[in-house]
Design a protein around this ligand. Structure first.
Ligand SMILES: NC(=O)C1=CN([C@@H]2O[C@H](COP(=O)(O)OP(=O)(O)OC[C@H]3O[C@@H](n4cnc5c(N)ncnc54)[C@H](OP(=O)(O)O)[C@@H]3O)[C@@H](O)[C@H]2O)[C@@H](O)CC1
Ligand SMILES: Nc1ncnc2c1ncn2[C@@H]1O[C@H](COP(=O)(O)OP(=O)(O)O)[C@@H](O)[C@H]1O
Ligand SMILES: [K+]
Length: 506
């Protein structure tokens, strides 16, 4: 879990590595000496180290050749001052240290080792201050050997800024990386604290304040555009549907969920139930004739309507009150599904496209983009990694870099809000706004869980919530239900947890 005790003014924002560099530079230009920022960073590291190391336990500090290493020198000095036995290893020559790192090293009175001690048995905690924002290539040589030794000795690691070897912007591992029990970062979260595999390698993440002022923070925020957010209620609470005394079912929207054929209807019912539970005023499930009995046997408050051909869906959508259509779960892959998507899109409805509605456009993302653009309605697409790869196979989207960049490129190409699912779900708007969600649990990886998510999004869209915020809210609420339930979760449980989840939102 990530503790978002960020610098005042950062709010939900996640900053790129270069933006944090700009922020630091602006703070220094504002009159906060770089060494003061480094002292504050090192002090935050030392404070967490005292929590993590056994009382008076041996702390091994691994310092790199840049400012990340400088933070390590400060932490080592402060811990030694508290009577912790400290060993400090420096990667490279002390004489080549520059700037603030050289100043911090000059304050360290203890020995500087050139390599790991042979015996690591009595080490209580390793502080990883090899590389942070300045990681520029894959780990090799002495750095790689240190990672391997610490990993094989199974020592607890406190990472400074990011675990060394993790790329701060993408969360990718460059060659090898430490696996930390805790990571302490400064000013703001970076993408690697939320994107896999970085997120898992960070352990618990703490954001420490180091004294940057308002103007510096504004410079950092301006340097990280379009904005990337850490998903949470602060991002979308303002836009969340609210009831008034005058609200009634027709003001709460009417979602249409398109069911698959007989024996493939459960996914649509899960979505329909979720749409109703999250507050849509009415939900209609459309069903082929052969699946009507099966659907009817399981539905009560959800209405049922026979829709055999795409034209039947067209007829249904002449009623303007039906404002959202969800297609995909259980629908089957092929032309009939593409035709139904085309009908719903050309009717100008807000769309949620999931599962088979995405796979039916495999390699045809541009065709889908055309349908969405012609209809003029907003769309939310909810691919998991497999569906994403199939849909964007023939495009440059797959080469766009990090998961955030791929989601942004996919959103720009399709003109739709993208919900790129996984343990690190990324929501991206065509204008580049994006959010990473870490509020969830692996218990959500269960059949039908994604169908429920689609229904939650449809239910929020039906109530008029803007598409990006609706997608972010649904992802977070879905995760919250998973966290509340924990072991034994099945997809059916998620809609039933919504009353509890929603009650706790206020
Ligand atoms: N005032 C501030 O800005 C503040 C910054 N703070 C701290 O500074 C950190 C950023 O510091 P930084 O920019 O000096 O980069 P850093 O991560 O130390 O690494 C650069 C060095 O590593 C080297 N190197 C890179 N990859 C390598 C590899 N694979 N294998 C071997 N060597 C490799 C690279 O070599 P080069 O690429 O130049 O050859 C260079 O020498 C940031 O994460 C935070 O902890 C805080 O104190 C708050 C105030
Ligand atoms: N390890 C995990 N941590 C958090 N959320 C997860 C994890 N695994 C899966 N999920 C979530 O569960 C849902 C699964 O959706 P999907 O793969 O479409 O399943 P299905 O097709 O069975 O409905 C997604 O919302 C995904 O983000
Ligand atoms: K580090």
């Amino acid at each position: 879990m990530v503790e978002a005790r960020a610098e005042f003014g950062i709010g939900t924002r996640v900053l790129s590595v270069s933006a944090v560099g700009r922020l630091d530079a602006a703070a220094i230009a504002d009159g906060v000496p770089g060494i003061a920022l480094m002292e504050a960073a090192g002090a935050a590291v030392a404070e967490r180290a005292q929590v993590l190391a056994q009382k008076g336990g041996h702390v091994l500090v691994l310092c790199g050749p840049g400012n990340n290493g400088g933070d390590g020198f400060v932490a080592a000095r402060l811990l030694a001052g508290k009577d912790y036995p400290v060993s400090l290893v420096l990667l490279g020559e002390r004489g080549t240290l520059k700037g603030d790192a050289a100043l911090a090293a000059a304050q360290w009175a203890g020995p500087v080792l050139a390599a790991l001690p042979g015996d690591l048995d009595d080490v209580s905690l390793v502080i990883d201050a090899l590389f942070g924002a300045g990681l520029s290539r894959d780990l090799d040589g002495a750095a790689l050997a240190m990672v391997e030794s610490v990993r094989s000795a199974r020592l607890p690691v406190l990472a400074v800024d990011v675990p060394s070897g993790v790329d701060g912007d993408s969360g990718a591992v460059r060659g090898a990386a430490f696996e930390a029990v805790e990571t302490i970062t400064f000013v703001a979260l970076k993408p690697a604290h939320l994107l896999e595999p970085g997120r898992s390698l960070c352990g618990q993440v703490h954001v420490a304040q180091i004294g940057a002022g308002e103007a510096a923070i504004a410079a950092g925020l301006a340097a990280s555009m379009p904005p990337l957010h850490h998903n949470g209620p602060d991002l979308w609470r303002e836009d969340f549907p609210r009831l008034t005394r005058a609200s009634h079912k027709y003001t709460r929207g009417h979602a249409v969920i398109v069911s698959g054929p007989a024996t493939k209807t459960g996914a649509a019912r899960l979505a329909a139930r979720a749409a109703l539970r999250i507050g849509a005023g009415l939900v209609t499930l459309t069903s082929p004739a052969a699946a009507l009995a099966e659907n009817a046997a399981h539905l009560t408050a959800i209405m049922l309507r026979r829709c055999e051909e795409p034209d039947d869906l067209d007829d249904l959508l002449t009623d303007e009150r039906l404002n959202v259509v969800l297609l995909g779960p259980g629908l089957g892959v092929g032309e009939p599904t593409r035709d139904r998507v085309a009908v719903a899109a050309s009717a100008g409805r807000r769309l949620v496209l999931d599962a088979d509605a995405l796979t039916s456009f495999a390699g045809g993302a541009r065709h889908l983009a055309g349908l969405i653009a012609e209809g003029g309605g907003e769309a939310v697409l909810t691919p998991h990694a497999g569906e994403f790869a199939r849909l964007f196979d023939d495009t440059k989207v797959m080469q766009a870099g990090s998961k955030v960049e791929r989601a942004r490129a996919a959103a720009a190409l399709t003109g739709a809000v993208m919900v790129f699912k996984g343990s690190d779900t990324v929501v991206a708007h065509p204008d580049g706004r994006a959010a990473i969600n870490d509020h969830g649990t692996p218990y959500l990886g269960t059949a039908g869980s994604g169908d429920v998510l689609g229904g939650l999004i449809a239910g929020l869209l039906a109530q008029g919530m803007p598409a990006f915020e609706a997608a972010c809210a649904a992802v977070w609420l879905h995760g919250d239900a998973g966290l509340r339930h924990g072991p034994g979760l099945i997809a059916e449980d998620i809609p039933e947890l919504m009353p509890t989840v929603l009650r706790s939102l206020t």
